[in-house]
Design a protein around this ligand. Sequence first.
Ligand SMILES: *Cc1c(COP(=O)(O)O)cnc(C)c1O
Length: 223
Amino acid sequence: MAVNITGYKKIKKELDEKKVTLVAVSKTKTQDDIKSLYDLGQKDFGENYVQELVDKYEALPKDIHWHFIGHLQTNKVKYIASFVHLVHGVDSEKLLAEINKQAAKANRVIPCLLQVYISKDETKFGFDEPELETLLTKIENNKALFKNVSIQGLMGMATFTEDNDLIKTEFMFLKSLFDKCNTTHNSQLTTLSMGMSADYSFAIDAGSTMVRIGSLLFGERKP
Ligand SMILES: *Cc1c(COP(=O)(O)O)cnc(C)c1O
């Protein structure tokens, strides 16, 4: 299926007006698909699979901001550490420690989002509220241990459901947690990554600053 250029322009305009960053989720899509949005000025792209991301990074223009939005395995961090722009799905302290280690080797600081489990879908990943608070406190008290990662915010995925009220409740919960981190924990979180093709309007209403949209731009993916 062809890239939805008209849809892209409309969504991009709406998001620009609301000061929300668009991450175009290009997993399973071709380099030509990515190029067609890149040529319109899109710089932020999201990928879920390490090998696919590395291949695209090597082949495509170097000013693309590559977001890793999938479930990142600790043993694969090393392949993307030198160039990844933002890791959205940090869901364990072990993973954060490995990102820190590989970032140090690459002589850089890697921006990260901590993933919070807000949905009822058991296949999703992330911290619950107490775990999140424990980790933020630990980072705060051990800055030297985590000096090659920068926690920029939170990421979450709502339940896959037709129940819009449930989706809204989950996004509002994540936004309240985000605000709480910035007040109670004195964190300086700026990015709240929530919202996908089906639910991004609800996410923005709830206070999202970054949405990850794939199928609305690139068409449905093959399962
Ligand atoms: C695939 C994916 C998206 C994009 O999903 P669409 O429904 O195609 O917009 C967003 N976020 C994550 C974490 C994904 O894995």
